[in-house]
Design a protein around this ligand. Sequence first.
Ligand SMILES: C[S@@+](CC[C@H](N)C(=O)[O-])C[C@H]1O[C@@H](n2cnc3c(N)ncnc32)[C@H](O)[C@@H]1O
Length: 286
Amino acid sequence: MGRKTIIDQFSYRGEAGEIWRGFDAFLDTEAYLNLGYSEERQSHAIGKPQYRLVAQVADALRELGVVPDDRLLDVGCGRGGPITVLVDQLGVEGIGVDIVPFNLKLARKHSAKASHPSYVLASATELPFGPDSMESFAAIDSLVYIERIDQVFAELARVLKPGGIGVITDLTVADEADPMADELVEFANAWGFPALRRVGRLEATIDQSIFECTSQTDLTNNSVGQFRRWTTRYRRLRQSPTGFILNAFANRLDLKLEAIDRQVETAHAVLPSLRHTMLCIERQDI
Ligand SMILES: C[S@@+](CC[C@H](N)C(=O)[O-])C[C@H]1O[C@@H](n2cnc3c(N)ncnc32)[C@H](O)[C@@H]1O
C-alpha cells in the first residue's frame, strides 16, 4: 500500500475511486473528503456534515489559542474545503499540503473564489518548510493514510514554533479490537490505509515526540456511527425488491455497483470496531 494507491483513490481511478464517486452523489466531495460530524438529529447526507467536522476543529484551535495572522498548516488538506473554512473562521494564514495533485487542483479552483490559502504538493513526512515557520496545524482524517506518523510529528516539531499547537481528527480502531484481524486488514487494504492504529498508539507516538496530547474527544457516534446507518440502509435496499432503484441510480451516474457492494460489505463488517477521535496537541518546549 503506498502513495500510488492513495493518488489513484482520490483521482477516481480503480475500485477505491469508485466509492468516492458514490459519495459524490451525497456529500460535498468537491471540497471535503473527511468523515463528517452530525448530531443525533442531523442528517449525515445533507446540511454539510463535513463542514461541521471542520467547525469542530476550528473551535478546538480557537480554544488552544490560535489567533488571527498565525500561520496554520493543514496536513493532508485534500480539496481545500477545510483550510478555507479555517482561514475564514480564525483569520489565520492557511497553507495546505497534500500528495494528490488532483485534490490540489480542485483546492486551487476553490481558493480562486474564496479566501486564499496556499497549497503545496508534498508529503506530511517531508514538509518543504523551514524551521519555526508556523504557529499551528490541523490534520483532519489524514494521518490514517500514513504509516510513519513518527516522521510526521518529527517534521511538525521542526516547522512549528515553540508553543505550537494543533488539532487532529483521525480514524482508529477500538481498544478491544485487533488491528491485524482479517476483516480490519481487508478494510485497510480496500481504503489504501496502512495497518490501522488504536488511539492509544496514536497518542503514544505523539507523546514520544516534542508534542503532548492535551485532550481527546470521541467523535465516533457523530461520524462512523452515521455511516453504519448508511451501510445498513444500502444493504437492505440492495436485497429488497426495490433494489432496482439503486441499479437505475448507478447507471445514471455511471457507477460500478459491484465495486461499491464490495466496499460497503467490507466497511459494514468493521464499522463497529472503528473509532473517530479528535486530539488537541501542544508543544512541550516552552
Ligand atoms: C480523507 S482525506 C481528508 C482530506 C481533508 N483533510 C478533508 O478533511 O477534507 C485524506 C487526505 O490525506 C491526504 N494524504 C494521504 N497521505 C498523505 C501524505 N503522506 N502527505 C500529505 N497528504 C496525505 C490524501 O491525499 C487526502 O487528501
